[in-house]
Design a protein around this ligand. Structure first.
Ligand code: ASP
Length: 323
């Protein structure tokens, strides 16, 4: 006879779980309509959500909402990890990464883009006006200028001062390890028709090696959207997100029946496992399923996300899985 321990180990127990606790599979999901929702990372998500929601309330498309939403922190010099005012790389250059994806599976991205304030709008142009997905560096800039974007200095006095202090005090010892500068915005939206879209934009890791690109402009890493299932976005240590195809993984886990919350947690568990249970950095995921369910998870305490739905726009604290 099978012992209790043997039964648990055999996997039979696990295979019975779904019948005891029924999960929604992709076939059961009913698209939420008429109730627009915006979810985004960090405190700057509050202002970003407002602009996104303004578009959705008027019956606008999710793709227009996500672009408008993340343009808010991109243009705000006080948000120090996105767009104008973002912290520079080790050489003092502000280099920006962004991606955008719509409900039809179309996507655009830019990476290592300099001197252009709104990388998300350049990413959108790549999506709308070319048959490419990603442009980087000088090529991305040339494309942006050709489409009428203005060349601007994005290094504010405050960011320059901070960078100089970093050079004086930390540059020889900094191994680009853990730091607290995680302000990347990932923003997901569902419009009145129930269609989804996502956007992600960042100036990346502060004082990174010149040329470093993180997860944020990579479709499937920093953000992913599948209009049959849901959308997901990431913030935090980009290298670990790329190595686990983070946002794609969250969406695929939802396809397998995980709730958005469970999907975010399971995707983070892969990272925890790879780091032997002890990652020394922060990563957080947000997810929005097509039926309107949402969720979020973070490795460590301190992560917040902004949720705008049913007339309220609030900031929600997430307890870290490792805290
Ligand atoms: N994910 C971003 C990157 O690695 C940074 C962050 O969100 O903190 O470039």
């Amino acid at each position: 006879m099978m012992t209790r321990r043997g039964f648990l180990k055999s996997g039979l127990f696990a295979s019975l779980i779904p019948s005891v606790f029924p999960q929604k599979t992709s076939n059961d999901l009913v698209r939420s309509r008429g109730n627009p929702t915006v979810i985004s990372t960090w405190v700057q998500g509050i202002e970003a959500n407002k602009d996104a929601m303004r578009i959705l309330r008027k019956g606008g498309m999710a793709i227009d909402a996500v672009e408008a939403g993340v343009r808010v922190p991109e243009g705000d010099p006080n948000i120090r990890s996105v767009g104008f005012g973002g912290r520079p790389d080790e050489d003092g250059h502000v280099t920006l990464d962004a991606c955008i994806m719509d409900s039809t599976g179309n996507a655009g991205a830019v990476a290592f883009l300099q001197d252009i304030k709104h990388p998300i709008s350049v990413a959108r142009k790549v999506m709308d006006r070319s048959d490419h997905v990603m442009l980087v560096g000088e090529g991305a800039k040339r494309f942006a200028l050709a489409h009428g974007f203005k060349e601007e200095n994005l290094l504010t006095d405050e960011s320059r001062e901070e960078w100089l202090k970093w050079k004086e005090n930390m540059s020889s010892t900094d191994d680009w390890g853990p730091n607290d500068n995680h302000d990347t915005i990932s923003l997901l939206a569902q419009d009145k028709k129930g269609n989804l879209a996502g956007a992600c934009t960042t100036s990346g890791l502060a004082y990174k090696i010149h040329g470093r690109v993180g997860d944020s402009p990579i479709i499937g890493a920093g953000m992913y959207c599948d209009n049959d299932i849901g959308a997901a976005g990431a913030t935090g240590r980009g290298e670990a997100v790329i190595k686990t195809a983070g946002s794609f993984l969250v969406v695929e886990l939802m396809r397998q029946g995980r709730t958005p919350q469970e999907a975010c947690e399971d995707a983070l568990r892969r990272i925890i496992k790879r780091k032997n249970g002890n990652p020394n950095f922060q990563i957080a995921y947000i997810a929005l399923r097509i039926d309107g369910e949402y969720g979020a998870a973070a490795l460590k305490d301190g992560f917040k996300y902004a949720l705008n739905s049913s007339g309220t726009n609030k900031l929600i604290d997430v307890k870290g899985m490792l805290s």
